[in-house]
Design a protein around this ligand. Structure first.
Ligand code: FAD
Length: 573
């Protein structure tokens, strides 16, 4: 049966919401055939959709199988190995890498669609694949030519895999606590220390964040003085490096995804990017990974929703399918709306990332097209960077929280059978929970978004939204009016909140929800221009969230930081 992994909502974005003509003209010189490029994109996602169907049916009954550690070697379950082999055989391991390293140089939007589809088919396998593009892109951006030549083609071919080693027992959300040490000896670098919770920690290539021994004491407790190191398990001369896996965790979900404790014992490593500035280089990887985990959450939510929707149409109680019960229908509708909203924000952000990369490619070239003004393009790049820094934590926060509650609702729709250990929606739920924790917890994402707002990103986003709404007001006067009103409420509420940092942090999730509701509302209305029948969906979303936004604003205005003192009293009871 066609499971529609490459479904209509992905097609909508791919075919209607991106100015591909401009993207390709900026990215490279010469004539552009947009239809031909789009055909290639479609055919890649169609092939991937078929592979995802196979992967899903092969792995469905093996979800619970655990990763094992045997004689220091990490062994993934057979369904993970065979799924990876299928993607490798299809040449779909690192689709974004440049063609000179064997990739296709595909845009982020395609990669996000890929990760959404794969996560729905097999969430554990997605964690491994998602890391490959991120790690390889970081090497492409920060590695020496020698490192790029040596490792990138092997990433694309699937011969080697990578992982990202940040977390330590004393350094989770706060990476200033990193104490893994990197020492320079005669122009060579060596890493000593231990990392925990490393996804795919048995991989050949480790991208390790470690503190430079030369400035260890001065930089301790901060993210300064960190180096990003490429640390292979096998050195170029074929000898074994000092990297080993000491433990593989068993977890609540994601059973097929290896989560490892990794030890570095005077392991030789190579510097990526500037010495002492490794946190900056790792941020690129982390931001890409945050977008990837958002896609993971979205895929999980989509999978659980589809299961629940089908079940509700088939399960008969009181002489009728349960979907006819208003409460069940409303649960499903809310799930559908939240998924649409989550995709709108994520795909919109992916498109911004792509447009920015295309602009940068043009600005780095010596081309001089009549209709591209370099000063204007440069201003657009800066505006886009500000928006991407703002929207990335919002995507991660929102898509993963949506995954967590959509999967929980999917269990509710299934009733008792949803709670059985073989329940597919139960598996999705167990897998969803970690998405709100790794790559920066929801609380950390909300506080990052707040920080970007304080730097002015909110005004940039709202300016853009106001411009978009002007173009929509004739066709959709009522929802546009509601959104304009919501923007006014937001603009009245936030400036004074920002003056009180503790109270602002206390409200970081609430504020994030408010901002997401207007940005997503605008994007859903823009989608109606090419697909007018989506107006029911957009109007329902805007109705619900503008009411919630007003309630949030009232709650914020009704208090101040003294609320925290009340919490102290409650917690000490
Ligand atoms: C399955 C799995 C896979 C993982 N994969 C990787 C990997 O590949 N590489 C890697 O390096 N790490 C990985 N991690 C680690 C993961 O990124 C961390 O667990 C995560 O960043 C949170 O850190 P922590 O567990 O130390 O929690 P803590 O930082 O101790 O946080 C505990 C709680 O306090 C809250 N909190 C902390 N600080 C703040 C703050 N400033 N404001 C508000 N709230 C705050 C958090 O939101 C959370 O609710 C993985 C973890 C798991 C479980």
């Amino acid at each position: 049966m066609d499971q529609q992994f490459f479904h209509d909502d992905i097609r909508l974005f791919l075919e209607r919401r991106v100015d591909w003509e401009r993207y390709f003209r900026l990215r490279r010189p010469g004539p552009v055939n947009v239809e031909e490029e789009l055909d290639t994109f479609r055919s890649i996602l169609e092939s991937l959709g078929q592979i995802c169907e196979d992967i899903e049916s092969d792995s469905r009954d093996h979800w619970h199988e655990e990763v094992r550690l045997e004689d220091g070697v990490v062994r993934v379950p057979a369904h993970i190995a065979s799924g990876y082999a299928k993607l490798k055989e299809a040449g779909l391991v690192c689709i974004m890498l440049e063609p000179q390293y064997g990739g296709y140089g595909l845009p982020t939007l395609l990669n996000i669609a890929y990760l959404e589809m794969l996560s729905r088919a097999n969430t554990s396998l997605m964690t491994i694949l998602g890391l490959q593009a991120g790690a390889a892109n970081d090497i492409q951006k920060y590695g020496s030519d020698e490192l790029k030549q040596q490792y990138l083609p092997r990433f694309t071919s699937g011969e080697v895999q990578g992982c990202m080693d940040l977390t330590e027992p004393g350094a989770g959300s706060d990476l200033g606590g990193i104490s893994t040490r990197v020492t320079e000896q005669d122009g060579r670098f060596f890493v000593d220390g231990g990392k925990i919770f490393i996804t795919n920690g048995g991989a050949e290539i480790h991208l390790v964040l470690a503190r430079d021994a030369a400035t260890f004491d001065q930089s301790k407790g901060t993210t300064n003085g960190l180096n990003l190191m490429l640390c292979p398990r096998t050195l170029p001369d074929g000898t074994k490096n000092g990297v080993s896996v000491s433990r593989v965790e068993t977890k609540m979900g994601l059973h097929g995804s290896p989560t490892c404790a990794v030890e570095f014992d005077h392991a030789e490593a190579y510097l990526l990017g500037e010495r002492g500035n490794g946190f900056r280089a790792m941020l690129d990887l982390m931001n890409a990974a945050r977008i990837g985990v958002s896609a993971q959450g979205l895929g999980i939510a989509e999978g659980a929703y589809r299961q629940a929707r089908t079940y509700a149409g088939e399960r008969i109680q009181f002489g009728a399918p349960i979907i006819e019960q208003p409460l069940v229908k409303s649960m499903l509708t809310l799930m559908a709306l939240d998924i649409q909203a989550s995709r709108a924000l994520l795909y919109h952000t992916a498109t911004l990332i792509d447009q920015t990369e295309a602009l940068e490619a043009y600005l780095a070239s010596d081309r001089d097209e009549a209709d591209f003004d370099r000063t204007e393009l440069q201003a657009e790049v800066e505006r886009n960077h500000q928006l991407v820094r703002f929207f990335t934590p919002l995507c991660k926060y929102y898509a993963t929280e949506v995954a967590s509650h959509v999967t929980r609702s999917a269990i509710q729709v299934h009733g008792g059978i949803g709670y059985m250990s073989e329940s597919v929606v139960g598996h999705y739920h167990a897998d969803s929970i970690i998405t709100t924790i790794y790559e920066g917890t929801s609380e950390i994402q909300a506080s990052f978004a707040l920080r970007e707002m304080a730097k002015g990103a909110l005004f940039t986003a709202l300016d853009q939204l106001r411009t978009d709404l002007e173009t929509l007001s004739t066709d959709f006067p009522e929802p546009v009016g509601q959104l304009k009103n919501a923007i006014n409420v937001l603009s009245e509420t936030l400036p004074s909140l920002m003056e009180d940092p503790s109270y602002a942090l206390l409200n970081a999730k609430r504020v994030s929800d408010m901002v997401i509701s207007v940005i997503v509302g605008g994007e859903l209305l823009l989608q109606c221009r090419s697909e007018p029948r989506r107006i029911e969906l957009a109007a329902a979303y805007i109705n619900r969230t503008t009411l919630e936004l007003e309630m949030h604003a009232k709650r914020i205005k009704s208090g101040d930081a003294s609320r925290l003192e009340r919490y102290d009293k409650i917690l000490s009871v």
